[in-house]
Design a protein around this ligand. Structure first.
Ligand code: SF4
Length: 346
């Protein structure tokens, strides 16, 4: 019984992870999910951390082949939120009781170093929250300035650990640079998040196993694992999304490999399946990121088309997410949900 033996190991090899990702037998997949849920409970407990996300600009300098925000997509209506709008969304997040604010955008240098610094300072002064930045690759000086201003975390997904595929998807960027940025962010004291996309064109199961090993090597505080969803007006518009099970198997394997890293049940899971988030939480995830980008902007942050996109008020949506989490026997964390590294629950 190879699967059971692998699930009993403390440290998984690339072959072990590949085996888990390739499972087809329903009973064995259930064993994987069960083990992942046990590891989640042991290292993360039953708390689910909410992070309120503000997508404040959908402009992007980059041209990643899989992304609807790529600069060549001239069909997308572009927007930038004003600083007042960003702070008002931050207040809505804080008023809902969420203690992490995620500032996300495409790589948009229109928002200069000082402007981002001032937004971070305003949020940290006005609200009792952690601040996560997800702004793509910026200069090392910017990272330092923003850390000094109070930013706590930086999310910079590596997307694929395959050097050749990375160069193909990202054109002007390299995997080496991406890893260099992550290491520098860590050195500055940020809690770092990385992660990958599942089902990218030309990606193999072995590539995905390497993605998880890279997250382990980087000792990430957070790993975001999302399905690739084809976006119209991109070169990959005719490729298929992976089956939900492929992403769930990766989340479960990531939990076993990474143990105490935060793992979100991403919005892309819900874009693939109405119950996607819930299923992610059952197989190792411990974070949910409710979207507080206000209308009409939210509909334009279209990395991929979201068939379950709702115009529901973010506060009501958060209440609905909270009820779903509690129905799983889990509870919402009241803390800022910092890195769980080194902390093993009794
Ligand atoms: S993946 Fe990020 S950097 Fe690449 S085009 Fe999309 S928003 Fe821009």
């Amino acid at each position: 019984m190879k699967t059971a033996a692998i699930l009993n190991k403390n440290q998984l090899s690339k072959d072990d992870i590949t085996h888990l990702l390739m499972l087809q037998d329903e009973h064995e997949i259930e064993l994987l999910y069960k083990k992942a849920d046990e590891v989640r409970k042991k290292y993360c407990g039953d708390e689910v951390h909410l992070r309120g996300i503000i997508e404040f600009s959908n402009y992007c300098e980059q041209d990643c082949l899989y992304c609807g925000l790529r600069k060549s997509n001239n069909k997308l209506k572009r927007y930038r939120m004003s600083v007042d709008e960003i702070l008002s969304s931050a207040k809505a997040i804080h008023d809902t009781g969420i203690r992490t604010i995620v500032l996300q955008s495409g790589e948009d240098i229109y928002f200069g170093s000082e402007e981002i610094r001032d937004i971070i300072k305003s949020i940290k002064t006005k609200f009792n929250t952690a601040v996560t930045l997800s702004l793509g690759e910026r200069s090392f000086e910017d990272y330092k300035m923003w850390k000094d201003a109070g930013a706590d975390r930086y999310l910079l997904k590596h997307e694929t650990a395959n050097v050749k595929l990375y160069s193909m998807y990202h054109q002007a960027q390299s995997l080496r640079d991406r890893i260099g940025h992550l290491l520098y962010l860590k050195k500055l004291g940020y809690q770092i998040g990385s992660g990958n996309l599942i089902g990218l064109p030309f990606q193999t199961i072995e590539d995905i196993a390497e993605d998880l090993l890279l997250c382990r090597e980087l000792d990430v505080d957070m790993a975001s694992i999302s399905p690739f969803i084809p976006s119209p007006y991109t070169p990959y518009k005719h490729h298929q999304s992976p089956a939900l099970t492929d992403t769930l198997k990766t989340i479960a394997s990531a939990r076993i490999v990474l143990k105490d890293a935060h793992i979100p049940a991403t919005a892309a899971l819900s874009a693939l399946d109405e119950k996607g988030r819930e299923r992610g939480l059952r197989v190792g995830a411990n974070v949910v990121m409710p979207n507080f980008t206000p209308a009409p902007y939210k509909a334009y942050y279209e990395i991929y088309p979201n068939k379950y996109l709702t115009t529901e008020d973010p506060v009501k949506r958060t209440l609905r997410i909270t009820a779903m989490i509690e129905s799983l026997g889990r509870r919402i964390s009241a803390s800022q949900g910092d890195s769980l590294k080194q902390k093993v629950l009794a």
